[in-house]
Design a protein around this ligand. Structure first.
Ligand code: DAT
Ligand code: MG
Length: 149
């Protein structure tokens, strides 16, 4: 079973989109294993986005991500990393198809409401960065038997 790190960014939290986003992951058949509302420091965001250090938007991105509460979550399920990325849409909302989070809920690449890990490896790194082991819960979901053969 795979896990991924999903976060509603400060613009998404301010715009009241946490419920809408949680609903989409629940409906798809993924299981919430951890969640917390937190104000990330700029240092934390610099570590999170370390691979983008050279990008011209890096400083602004880290400032924006630490400018208000972020709703951080870990979701579990079969192929959740890839499927969640598809649910998010493209990085640029203008390239995102209707039906995706970014294609439905936002218009600007710099305020694209949601983060999702792009690979299984990065998901592991990000989950460790945002959550302690005891903040994640293992429990049996009654839906499990009905989601896969
Ligand atoms: P994603 O969030 O789809 O994984 P990414 O990892 O390439 O995209 O970039 C991280 C975030 O940085 C992205 O969600 C929004 C911001 N970003 C990316 N490209 C940008 C650009 N050209 N101008 C402004 N912000 C950008
Ligand atoms: Mg990324």
């Amino acid at each position: 079973m795979e896990r991924t790190f999903i976060a509603v960014k400060p613009d998404g939290v301010q715009r009241g989109l946490c419920g809408e986003i949680i609903k989409r992951f629940e409906r798809r058949g993924f299981r919430l294993v951890a969640a917390k509302l937190m104000r990330a420091s700029e240092e934390h965001m610099k570590t999170h986005y370390a691979d983008l250090k050279a990008a011209p938007f890096y400083a602004g991105l880290c400032q924006y991500m630490s400018s208000g509460p972020v709703f951080a979550m870990v979701w579990e399920g079969r192929r959740v990393v890839k499927l969640a990325r598809m649910m998010l849409g493209e990085t640029d909302p203008a390239e995102s198809k209707p039906g995706s989070v970014r294609g439905d809920l936002c218009v600007d690449i710099g305020r694209n409401v949601i983060h999702g890990s792009d690979t299984v490896e990065n998901a592991k790194r990000e989950i460790q960065l945002w959550f302690k082991a005891d903040e994640m819960l293992d429990y049996a979901s009654c839906a499990q038997a009905w989601l896969s053969e």
